[in-house]
Design a protein around this ligand. Structure first.
Ligand SMILES: CCCC/N=C1\SC[C@@H]2[C@H](O)[C@H](O)[C@@H](O)CN12
Length: 651
């Protein structure tokens, strides 16, 4: 669907106006190397852009966010296209609802924003596997982000679907896309495979033509492997970096043409278990003003961060595995709830010194709602619903299989084996080579024995009778989205060991939790037995009505440990109250049924619920709680003391 044409005008006016309006054949966005600037339709142009990720904002809120960006003085919006968000299975595509990319392009056009598109295939973005689909890892030896034929075949297949959709939206075709990025900070990736980058550039040119401006983005240390002849080179850096030094370095790659910072960091990401990140208003506005004085084009990353709903967060590896939090507030100028912040107004003042700002006020913060406390009832432990969670039954293997091997991309897989001997004394249960990816909740005959965690907690001690069920619920906490190796397999990567015995003969149950939670009637109706005393992964739920006026709100879970939340079947994301720094989850008002209608909240608490299983809805977020240090294990004392196992179980 090509962009909507202007409304039809009285026929006598049309000929006159067509002389004035730029026509598709005169529309152009080019680099003017003689004058170190961009030209838009032949006129000098500088973009002041902001990043907003449509995949982190419910579709019903896109127009609101884009309007606020325009009213902030931006003339462009930059966003990625996550491959894994649109191709859930090989050859299966989804561009509907909150995945309707064309609808988002149209909303940007309506907001009078040009578009800087970044389709990857890798996007980083603190998104699961940097946007690459987990199903690529069903070929375990695939070399991601290289000219590996298996990888390129999947990339070509995806881009031959995506890029033709984008073609009509290119600026010179009448659309609003002025430039397109190839890959993402490729210079930071170990492969440095120029054949791969040349392949991508050739594919983009073959489908999109020669007019569209293609560019690359790298940190200063990545320019060597990230830049490519024929692609315009840009950099990314934040307010604390040395702008002069980095732009001077950039001139080694682009001696002429406009200076571009494609990711000027207005804030930063958060990791579970680390302190909340912020960037000062002064440092961010000061850096922007310095770049605009140079005539540079700038994209602010992020201008509105949004939320990692569901299981979509990515992870980093900085000495240890660090999953990204559910909130992607990013301390951005527009808050996670879509509210203008002091940083926005300060940036708007800076922009107004260099270009016209739309007249009129920004909308005020949206109404917020408080509700509760609500008391949830215990539906039952997760194992009680196993037949509904895995209706197709388990997969058997001598050694445990990864999530990818059993075709489970996100969430949870239950691993089950049976004790071949009685273990009467507390005996060490562990997984060699840091092989828990990422958290394991261990039960013996349904009794919760504790948690193992990647890099953090390698062993626990358990007892059990011969023939007892040993259940290990594995949770993926999101795949590495940055770093030298994005082949971040999930599950039990190594067979666990009990005492000196390697445990074999495993049943794997890929769990379809979201499908179960979507059932409207209370889960406990599915159970034959009465809810047991809460032990390990357990479902809780309740129904509630909004009596007063509705509004955005923030779910607060005091006393809960860690788990997943659904509201009216929508997967709101992960909570980890015990670890922080995030203590609340953003609940967009459109998720809630208005006054009188019944809403349903469901929790899967993975460890321990509070004695009173209550939650509240607050009128403000808590993203910077003080961390409960006692809860964060230290690994160093443990990992060296694990001896090699002696025998296989059952042999
Ligand atoms: C030292 C940082 C290297 C990783 N790059 C990052 S961390 C935050 C941002 C986003 O991930 C963004 O998607 C990256 O392109 C750049 N960047």
């Amino acid at each position: 669907m090509a962009p909507k044409k202007p409304p039809c005008l009285p026929s006598l006016l049309l000929p006159l106006l067509t002389l004035l309006l730029p026509q598709a054949d005169t529309r152009s966005f080019v680099v003017d190397r003689d004058n170190d600037r961009f030209l838009l339709d032949g006129v000098p142009f500088r973009y002041v852009s902001g990043s907003l990720h449509y995949f982190r904002v419910p579709r019903v809120l896109w127009a609101d966010r884009l309007f606020k960006m325009r009213m902030s003085g931006l003339n462009a919006v930059q966003f990625y296209v996550p491959w894994n968000y649109h191709e859930p299975e090989p050859g299966v595509y989804n561009f509907h609802g909150s995945r309707d990319l064309i609808a988002f392009l149209n909303e940007a056009a309506i907001a009078n924003l040009l578009v800087i598109l970044r389709p990857g295939p890798y996007i980083c973005a603190e998104w699961d596997m940097g946007g690459l689909p987990a199903w690529l890892l069903r070929k375990p030896k695939i070399h991601l982000r290289t000219s590996d034929p298996d990888f390129l075949a999947a990339v070509d297949s995806w881009f031959k679907v995506l890029l033709p959709k984008i073609h009509p939206w290119l600026y010179h075709n009448g659309g609003n896309i002025i430039s397109i990025q190839v890959e993402n900070e490729y210079g930071s990736y170990r492969a440095c495979d120029f054949n791969y980058m040349r392949h991508l550039a050739g594919l983009f040119r073959a489908i999109l033509g020669d007019e569209i401006l293609l560019f690359t983005t790298d940190g200063p240390e990545g320019l060597k492997c990230g830049s490519l002849e024929g692609l315009y080179t840009t950099v990314d850096f934040g307010p604390a970096d040395n702008m002069t030094k980095i732009f001077t370095l950039l001139r080694n790659y682009e001696p002429h043409g406009p200076l571009v910072n494609s990711e000027y960091y207005t804030g930063w990401l958060d990791y579970w278990g680390q302190n909340h990140s912020t960037r000062s208003v002064h440092s961010v506005t000061n850096g922007l003003e310095n770049m605009l004085k140079l005539g540079a084009s700038v994209n602010m990353y992020m201008f509105h961060g949004g939320t990692n709903f569901g299981y979509w967060n990515g992870a980093d590896e900085k000495g240890r595995f660090l999953p990204i939090t559910t909130s992607y507030d990013y301390d951005a100028p527009i808050s996670e709830a879509g509210d203008p912040t002091p940083k926005l107004f300060a940036l708007r003042d800076v922009i107004s010194k260099f270009q016209e700002i739309p007249l009129g006020p920004l909308p005020p913060p949206s109404p917020k709602m408080m509700l509760g406390p609500l008391t949830l009832h215990l539906d039952g432990d997760l194992l009680a619903f196993l037949n509904y969670l895995c209706p197709q039954g388990p997969i058997y293997s001598i050694l445990p299989m990864t999530f990818e091997a059993v075709k489970q991309d996100h969430g949870f897989v239950l691993y089950r084996t049976y004790l071949s001997n009685t273990v009467s004394e507390p005996t060490r249960f562990w997984v060699p080579n840091n092989g828990v990816h990422d958290r394991a909740y261990v039960m013996v005959d349904g009794v919760f024995h504790g948690v193992l965690e990647r890099n953090m907690k390698h062993k626990l001690f358990l007892t059990g009778q011969v023939g007892a069920k040993l259940d290990v619920l594995l949770e993926s906490m999101g795949r590495l989205s940055f770093g030298s190796n994005t082949s971040d397999f999930k599950g039990l990567i190594e067979p666990p060991v009990l005492g000196q015995t390697i445990l074999t003969r495993w049943l794997m149950f890929p769990l379809k939790v979201d499908k179960l939670v979507k059932w409207w009637f209370p889960l406990q109706l599915l159970k034959r037995s009465h809810p047991q005393t809460p032990s390990g992964p357990t479902f809780y739920s309740t129904m509630f009505a909004i009596l007063g006026s509705s509004g955005d709100t923030f779910l607060y879970l005091p006393g809960w440990t860690k788990g997943q939340v659904w509201i009216n079947g929508f997967n709101l994301g992960r909570y980890w109250t015990k670890r922080g720094p995030q203590q609340t989850l953003y609940v967009p008002r459109p998720l809630l049924y208005p006054r009188g209608a019944l809403n349903k909240i469901t929790l899967l608490e993975l460890e321990n619920a509070p004695p009173q299983p209550q939650v509240q809805f607050l009128d403000r977020p808590i993203l910077n709680s003080t961390l409960h240090r006692t809860y964060v294990y230290s690994l160093s004392a443990e990992v060296q003391s694990d001896p090699e196992p002696m025998q296989l179980s059952g042999h």
